[in-house]
Design a protein around this ligand. Structure first.
Ligand SMILES: C[S@@+](CC[C@H](N)C(=O)[O-])C[C@H]1O[C@@H](n2cnc3c(N)ncnc32)[C@H](O)[C@@H]1O
Length: 236
């Protein structure tokens, strides 16, 4: 179980309207992510066995993999309202879907080794401590088959940027630019960021990725505050 206050994280995401407005406003580059995931799936060219960590409403998987063959989909999220929405988003994959309402590290540890060929971690791992992220990466490597892919999208600090500096930059951006959210929603988003976001530097992420047995295959997108990569589990 995450050591971060998961009850407060859950409370934020149970009220879906705020994060829905973030996605609809494309403030965290979901349009780019959906396109990158779709392109990735076409190039991968095999039926997907997906594990989606912090799946939310499964919109990223459902939109990114509309044209892909999905052999199995396991989505995990803390928020019951997100899981209910995820059930609707993934209806086309019917009996190949398993949705788990709970902590993603606990769920990951229960999954069999080699049971996935793609793990999605889209804006969920920054809610874990540094040590937990290392455990998560090792568990993701265990659950992936050799040459399987981790699509990791997250809040990322510049190498010379402290957490406080990153939080100041992101909360300014939210208050100034995320205008599809009400002022109250923007303030709640900032409070959530201050208490529950623990982004790492890109240098730390690259080291942790290599230590867990992954290599960077491709940069999916790169923005000032958010980035995404396709990582491949090395064949041993
Ligand atoms: C910023 S949203 C991202 C949702 C979606 N993956 C996306 O990219 O839009 C983070 C999600 O992670 C979930 N989450 C955060 N911590 C979690 C944990 N410890 N276990 C399971 N889900 C978690 C939240 O409930 C929320 O739905």
């Amino acid at each position: 179980m995450s050591t971060i206050d998961s009850a407060s994280v859950k409370a934020v995401f149970e009220q879906r309207s705020m994060y829905d407005a973030v996605v609809d406003g494309d403030y965290m580059f979901h349009v780019e992510i959906n396109a990158a995931f779709g392109e990735w799936a076409r190039a991968f060219g095999r039926p997907l066995r997906i594990v989606d960590l912090g799946c939310g409403d499964s919109g990223v998987a459902a939109r990114g993999f509309t044209d892909a063959e999905v052999a199995s989909y396991v989505g995990v999220d803390l928020a019951e309202s997100s899981i209910a929405e995820a059930r609707r988003s993934t209806a086309a994959w019917s009996d190949r879907v398993e949705l788990i309402c709970g902590d993603l590290l606990d769920a990951l540890q229960q999954l069999p080794a080699g049971s996935a060929n793609v793990v999605l971690a889209s804006y969920s791992l920054h809610h874990f401590s540094t040590a937990e992220k290392q455990t998560l990466l090792a568990e993701i490597a265990r659950v992936l088959e050799p040459n399987g892919a981790l699509l990791w999208v997250d809040a990322v600090r510049r190498n010379d940027e402290s957490r406080d500096e990153y939080i100041a930059a992101l909360t300014s951006e939210v208050m100034d630019s995320w205008t599809a959210l009400t002022i109250d929603e923007r303030e709640r988003a900032c409070e959530h960021i201050r208490t529950a976001d623990f982004p790492e530097t890109e240098a730390w992420m690259m080291e942790a990725i290599a230590a867990a047995g992954f290599k960077v295959e491709k940069t999916l997108f790169r923005e000032e505050l958010f980035r995404g990569w396709e990582l491949r589990k090395r064949q041993r």
